[in-house]
Design a protein around this ligand. Structure first.
Ligand SMILES: [Fe+2]
Ligand SMILES: [Fe+2]
Length: 291
């Protein structure tokens, strides 16, 4: 028990130290996240803020112009990107890009490992839009953002506890016990909770943090966030089933209750998996633009 507590504390320390080690980037991330929380932020304010951050705005434009959003390079300014792609979508791209840059600069997790997890995250981001459309839920940048960031807790594990996390992954491969349960058992905390703590620290909206926290623990999810969390749970499963990237989870589980509640049959899930599989090149373009 005391061993679990100390490992949990080690992760908490790592999260606390992450932003003090890289002062400027979290401030940018937090500022955009605060804009995302506010009802008063308008498109001009967001465009003005991004225009002061050259490399970030270049990446945002590149992604907004990519096939992921059905474009082929016709957007030439941040203002047009916000009008044509959507305010929340541009916020989502900017936040994902900021988090990607920050975690990549840590350099303790192998590039290959990070790329695999990011591909899985991007796949889940695109799948969240597919799943939301399929159940006639609102499709906006925030549902995509939950997918794009849902497994960042695993990257934090790779950065903070590389040896301990390798052991957890090996154990998962050996006995196929659910990865999130093994994380809780061996590290005292799972990747959903770690991602939640990190994003809350950076002021991300609750509507993004809460689904990430509960995406493997639907039963504990507060009612207010339940629908969004179910969509993320389905999106995660679709990305794993379509074999887009790899998050370390080799035994994906789906809540049949979530499928029933959302009115999704096995046949519909097969169709969505196939559709997502056809979006593989869009995932590659997204990751290329982030890098
Ligand atoms: Fe996960
Ligand atoms: Fe996942």
């Amino acid at each position: 028990m005391s061993c679990q507590m100390s490992t949990r504390e080690k992760v908490a320390d790592c999260i606390r130290n992450m932003d003090s080690a890289m002062l400027s980037m979290p401030m940018d991330i937090s500022r955009i996240a605060l804009m995302a929380r506010s009802r008063d932020t308008n498109a001009d304010e967001l465009a003005r803020f991004l225009s002061h951050h050259g490399s970030l705005s270049a990446r945002v434009l590149k992604i907004a112009n990519s096939s992921c959003f059905g474009r082929s390079g016709d957007i030439d300014s941040l203002s047009s990107a916000i009008i044509q792609t959507g305010f929340r979508e541009i916020v989502a791209i900017a936040l994902c890009s900021g988090v990607f840059t920050m975690l990549s600069s840590e350099g303790k997790c192998s590039g290959v490992e990070q790329d695999r997890i990011w591909k899985h995250n991007i796949g889940a981001g695109l799948a969240a839009n597919l799943a939301a459309k399929s159940v006639r839920a609102p499709v906006d940048g925030f549902s995509m953002l939950t997918g794009l960031l849902h497994d960042i807790g695993k990257i934090v594990f790779h950065l903070c506890l590389p040896d301990e996390y390798q052991e957890v992954l090996q154990c998962h491969q050996a006995d196929l016990a659910p990865l999130h349960s093994l994380e809780r058992e061996r590290l005292g905390i799972d990747h959903g909770e770690v991602g939640y703590q990190l994003l809350m620290r950076w002021n991300f909206p609750d509507s993004v943090c809460m689904p990430i926290r509960y995406h493997h623990d639907l039963i504990k999810c507060p009612f207010e966030y339940f629908r969004q969390t179910m969509i993320l749970h389905l999106a995660d499963y679709l990305a794993l089933r379509a074999c887009i990237g790899c998050s370390g989870n080799i035994n994906p589980e789906i809540s049949t209750g979530a499928m029933t509640t959302m009115g999704l049959s096995e046949t519909r899930m097969d169709e969505l998996t196939e559709k997502l599989g056809d979006m593989r090149s869009q995932v590659d373009h997204f990751l290329e633009a982030l890098s």
